[in-house]
Design a protein around this ligand. Sequence first.
Ligand code: PMP
Length: 376
Amino acid sequence: MKTIDLATGVPDIESPQSAAAAAVDAIRRGDTRYVGAAGIAPLREAISRALHERGLAYDPSQIMVAAGAKLCVFCVLSALVKPGSNVVVPVPHYGGYRGQVERLGGRLVGLTTTRETGYKLTGAQLRDALDGDTSVVLLNSPANPSGAVYTAEELAALADAVVNHSSAIVLSDEIYSRFVYDGRAAHSIGSLGPEILARTVTIDGVSKAYGMTGWRVGYAAGPKAVIDEARRVHASLCNCASSISQWAAVGALSGTPQDHHDVRRHQELRDLAHAVVGRWRGIRTVKPSGAIYQLIELVPEELGIAQGEELSFFEAWACRARVSIAHNGRFGEPVFGRLTFSIPRPELQEGLGRLSVALEELADTNQLSSGKGTTQ
Ligand code: PMP
């Protein structure tokens, strides 16, 4: 039986032809040498226009391009995090953040969120967590792995906490901004006014929106001093992102994402995933409002899982079902796991069906061995 991959965070979208054509043109023209660490001007201009459409007034000089949003996050964190700095982030959070912050000698301060608030951080919670050591507040809406999408009011409460109660910079990772469902909008915290814009670095890229994860093009836009320092870090690490990929990104941005990215299809896949996962016993979740993931929160007492056994439960479950699940404590707490629903529908259906059966079997076995089950 072939293993079904519901772990990888790659959207089921082809790179646009406009990207491929622009890349081929760049190769034929010989645009194949180093470019500056900030990225090619036509791309930064296209990014600036795209950000303006989202209410974010960033000049091309405030934008840097690197090989993926993840590298942009690292360059910006390198500019802001000093040994001993705190970086505040809601839990569950994207698995890539912790390693980056800790590598820089910073401390990741995870703020617990629950299903009751849709796994979103509140303004009051953030205000209480901010102190003189907080250098960065990491936000990610639409969120990986919860699918949470903050409303403009919720973001305004967070912006108020940051502006009035700290000197921190918000790093707003908006890589899933094109994946929002049920007619919602993906608001950018930096669009809420000049004060918060001056304190926000917005991260995005072509990986998810344009199905271009392998081209490696992401960007950061923010206060010029922060971007200049992040660009220097980038120059010291790798000079520049691939010139060919940058031209491909120009090609992608010249089209509209709707031409090749069908939000309605994703919404239907989301509906399918949530309808199945929402019925599972011992699992808490929410209906994702955005991104491409269905969150799984284990309720250990309902599943007969002893403390510290969450990861082995995930492993046993994935192995029994022959379906890979993203987990490993990467999301801030070992109870959190994640399923990608952006795959062809028949595979998703088959994967979810296998996980349903395996969960029942495992939960029964656990309950019996812990003496809580019946012997019928
Ligand atoms: N941020 C988040 C929240 C992500 O989920 C991912 C990819 N899984 C990234 C950043 C990295 O994006 P890129 O491929 O552009 O480096």
